[in-house]
Design a protein around this ligand. Structure first.
Ligand SMILES: *Cc1c(COP(=O)(O)O)cnc(C)c1O
Length: 379
């Protein structure tokens, strides 16, 4: 962030989310180009950031969307998403949300349990429709990421496990208003070890073959999202290596002729274009360490408190000699700490502090805890 941008913020109320839309456009174009070259289809995971300005750019570039609530479907449609490119996941879809999907003719419901399949069938029948569905498979793969963002182990609540497949197939025979079109997988988030995706591919191959042997000619395979980003050195890797990521699937996945491969990237599209900008309220000298108390807190960006996530922290106003600080928010919780022992140039009241790589799972998770305001966004 350069000085002229920062000068413009003099009268802006902090904290706020700052989005670099040029970086977003470059990221979106890179992902799309690398996917198009291989014939892959991208559905942006709206839950990572549902800011309308960002959504419009992403959908204008030709992304479909992956939604996890009825309101995400409605927001995506308002921002230009193609209803025929909406996937709808989630273990607890309500009747009202399923009806939003049915009424808008979405691409597919990613079913996460047999009772859910029965319910979608009932609601589709009531409307005289057939719902295109996918089975979300829990492939029992360790995503090697934080346990709260790991979703593909057998002990996680997500997806249907292999031992239930016979029951699923028996159900599909009687549920006349469901049409199975795809198998869906999503094993976790912030995955940086590409061998995890290679392992997913091997599981997908065996499940794909098994469903084929049961007589299903599935037109689609959906491997979800999960590609990680560089939180440590965001300026070194502003755009994730989509080419290397897709290459893992190109090399390891066996698709049947005509089968289309779908992805649902969220974090990798939006994380690096966003920063949470705050002002320093006080610098408090402690016995063993000094605290930088900023006006942003865990209500604005909960990832450090919730997942022990690391965000690179910068002082945008100072170029003094480096000191070590704990950077904390104003909220009455000890977990309201953005990071400990952070090297920063000597910091004073009023300095602008940037928490980098906050474009994904930041603004969307903001709360009003302590009756604070939801942060604004600046572009
Ligand atoms: C959250 C989620 C995604 C996106 O994950 P990222 O790690 O942000 O890429 C994709 N698909 C499903 C089903 C999800 O729940």
């Amino acid at each position: 962030m350069n000085r002229t941008v920062i000068e413009k913020w003099a009268d802006t109320v902090t904290p706020f989310y700052y989005y670099d839309l040029d970086l977003l456009r470059q990221t979106v174009e890179t992902a799309k180009k690398e996917a198009d070259r291989r014939g892959y289809i991208l559905h942006y995971a709206t839950k990572a950031n549902a800011n309308p300005k960002l959504l419009k750019i992403i959908f204008a570039a030709g992304f479909g969307t992956d939604c996890v609530s009825g309101n995400e479907i409605l927001r995506s449609l308002e921002c230009g998403a193609d209803p025929g490119q909406i996937t709808f996941a989630g273990v607890g879809k309500t009747d009202a949300e399923i009806n939003i999907g049915l009424d808008n003719g979405i691409f597919t419901f990613n079913c996460e349990s047999i009772p859910e399949m029965e319910n979608i069938n009932r609601l589709a029948e009531a409307k005289g429709k057939t719902a295109d569905v996918s089975i979300r498979i829990n492939p029992d793969v360790d995503a090697k990421t934080h346990e709260y963002i790991s979703t593909g182990k057998k002990e996680n609540k997500f997806g249907i496990s292999a031992w239930d497949f016979d029951k699923v197939i028996a159900k599909l025979k009687v549920l006349k208003n469901l049409n199975l079109i795809s198998l869906h997988f999503h094993v976790g988030s912030q995955i940086t070890d590409m061998s995890v995706f290679a392992e997913v591919c091997l599981r997908v191959n065996s499940f794909n073959q098994w469903f084929k042997e049961q007589g299903f000619d599935l037109a689609h395979i959906n491997v979800g999202g999960g590609l990680g980003i560089d939180y440590q050195t965001p300026d070194r890797n502003p755009i994730p290596d989509f080419a290397a990521y897709f290459a893992v699937f190109e090399q390891n996945l066996k698709l049947y002729p005509g089968q289309k491969l779908h992805f649902e990237p969220g974090r990798s599209i939006v994380a690096q274009c966003g920063s949470l900008i705050s002002r320093v309220l006080y610098v408090k000298e402690g016995k063993t360490k000094d605290f930088v108390i900023v006006d942003a807190g865990m209500s604005d960006l909960i990832r450090p408190a919730l997942y022990h996530a690391h965000h690179h922290i910068e002082n945008l106003s100072s170029d003094g000699a480096e000191k070590i600080y704990d950077v904390v928010g104003p909220i009455c919780e000890s977990s309201d700490c953005f990071d400990k022992d952070v090297p920063l140039p000597e910091t004073k009241r009023g300095d602008f502090i940037a928490l980098r790589s906050a474009g994904a799972y930041g603004e969307v998770m903001a709360s009003q805890y302590n009756l604070r305001l939801i942060p604004d966004s600046v572009f």
